[in-house]
Design a protein around this ligand. Structure first.
Ligand code: NAX
Length: 327
C-alpha cells in the first residue's frame, strides 16, 4: 500500500473545513488508495481550537481506513511541517464597514506568515491551493513570501466559478455538465471574473453557436456567475461552503491525478501568457498531467473578451499594489 501523504488545511474548524475534511479523509481528493495525515490549523484562541477538536472527534468517528493520522495546530510553523499539500482556507472575512485596504492588509499579514512557514518547513514539492479570500492576492502574497519553493506550486481557487459557469451553460443549452468541455474562467475570483464559453463544446458541437445570444452572455450569464456567491448568501444566510469545498477537491484532484486532456480552470502565476504580466495570480484554462498543469495557449481573444480580461486584470493589479508595501 502507498505511503501516507501530509495534507495541511487551515481554517479547519470553519464552514468550508467542515465540508472538506471528511472528503479528503475518504480519499475523494487524492485517490481511494492514498492514505493521508491531516495537519489542521486554526487560530490559537480557545474557541476555535475547541471547535477543531470536535471536528477531529467526528473524523475519528467516521473510521476512515485512509486516515493515517491527524494533528491540531495553532501555529503554521508546526502545521506545515513536511506537508505535501496545503489548502489555505482560513482568512479574515470582510466585516461590515471594513475598507478593502484594511482587509487586504490583515490578510496580507496572515498569508505572509503562512508563506514564510511553508518556505521554512513544508515539503519542497508542496502543492498549495488558496481558497481564503481575496484568494488570488492571498496566493500571490504566499508565493512571494516563499522564495525557495517553486512559484508554480502556488495556486488560487477559480474552480467554484468554473463549476458555476458549467452548470449555467448546461441549463441554458439543455445539456449535461459532464458533456461540456473547454469552458474556462479568466482572472480574479471576484465578480470581475470572465467566464468564457466561446471555445466550449458539447459532443463536438459549439456551445457558442448553440446559445448564439451575446445579450444573454453579457447581461445574464456573466452577472449570474459573477454574483452567485452573493446570491447564495442571500438565500442561505451563509456563504457557499459545500460547493466551495467540492471545488477545492476538484482542483487538487485534477492537479495531482490529471485532467485526462480536459480543460479545467486554475488560478496560477502568469508567465506572460495572454499579455498577463508575470506573477499575476490569474485564472487560466489549464490541462493537468503528472502533477503539473499547463496553461492552454494560442486561444483567440476577441474585443469583448479583451475588455473583460483587462477589467479583471486591473482589479488584481490594484490588489497587488495594495499589498506591495507589505512584501
Ligand atoms: P469561516 O469563517 O466559517 O471559517 C474560517 C475559519 O478560518 C475560522 O474557523 C477561522 O477561525 C479560521 N481562520 C481565520 N484566520 C486563520 C488563520 N490565520 N489561520 C488559521 N485559521 C484561520 O469561513 P468559510 O465559510 O469556511 O470560508 C473560508 C474562506 O473561503 C473565506 O475567506 C471565504 O471568503 C473564502 N471563500 C472562497 C471561495 C473561492 O471560490 N475561492 C468561495 C467560498 C468562500 O467564500
Amino acid at each position: 500500500s502507498k505511503k501516507p501523504v501530509r495534507v495541511a488545511v487551515t481554517g479547519a474548524a470553519g464552514q468550508i473545513g467542515y465540508a472538506l475534511l471528511f472528503r479528503i479523509a475518504s480519499g475523494e481528493m487524492l485517490g481511494k488508495d492514498q492514505p493521508v495525515i491531516l495537519q489542521l490549523l486554526e487560530v490559537p484562541a480557545e474557541g476555535p481550537q475547541k471547535a477543531l477538536k470536535g471536528v477531529m472527534m467526528e473524523l475519528e468517528d467516521c473510521a476512515f481506513p485512509l486516515l493515517a493520522g491527524m494533528e491540531a495546530h495553532g501555529d503554521p510553523m508546526t502545521a506545515f511541517k513536511d506537508t505535501d499539500y496545503a489548502l489555505l482556507v482560513g482568512s479574515m472575512p470582510r466585516k461590515q464597514g471594513m475598507e478593502r485596504a484594511e482587509l487586504l492588509s490583515i490578510n496580507g499579514k496572515i498569508f505572509i506568515g503562512q508563506g514564510k512557514a511553508l518556505d521554512a518547513v513544508a515539503s519542497r514539492n508542496v502543492k498549495v491551493l488558496v481558497v481564503g479570500n481575496p484568494a488570488n492576492t492571498n496566493a500571490y502574497i504566499a508565493m512571494k513570501s516563499a522564495p525557495s519553493l517553486p512559484r508554480e506550486n502556488f495556486t488560487a481557487m477559480l474552480r467554484l466559478d468554473h463549476n458555476r459557469a458549467l452548470s449555467q451553460v448546461a441549463a441554458k443549452t439543455g445539456t449535461k455538465v459532464g458533456e461540456i468541455e473547454k469552458l474556462t474562467v479568466w482572472g480574479n475570483h471576484s465578480p470581475t471574473m470572465y467566464a468564457d464559453y466561446r471555445f466550449a463544446t458539447v459532443n463536438g458541437k459549439s456551445v457558442k453557436d448553440m446559445i448564439n445570444d451575446q445579450e444573454w452572455n453579457a447581461n445574464v450569464f456573466l452577472p449570474t456567475v459573477g454574483k452567485r456567491g452573493a446570491a447564495i448568501i442571500e438565500a442561505r444566510g451563509l456563504s457557499s461552503a459545500a460547493s466551495a469545498a467540492n471545488a477545492a477537491i476538484d482542483h487538487m484532484r485534477d492537479w495531482v491525478l490529471g485532467s485526462s486532456g480536459k480543460w479545467v480552470t486554475m488560478g496560477v502565476p502568469s508567465n506572460g501568457e495572454y499579455g498577463i504580466p508575470k506573477d499575476v495570480m490569474f485564472g487560466f484554462p489549464v490541462t493537468t498531467q503528472g502533477g503539473k498543469y499547463e496553461i492552454v495557449k494560442g486561444l483567440e481573444i476577441d474585443a469583448f473578451s479583451q475588455e473583460r480580461i483587462n477589467k479583471t486584470l486591473k482589479e488584481l493589479q490594484d490588489e497587488q499594489a495594495g499589498v506591495a508595501h507589505l512584501l
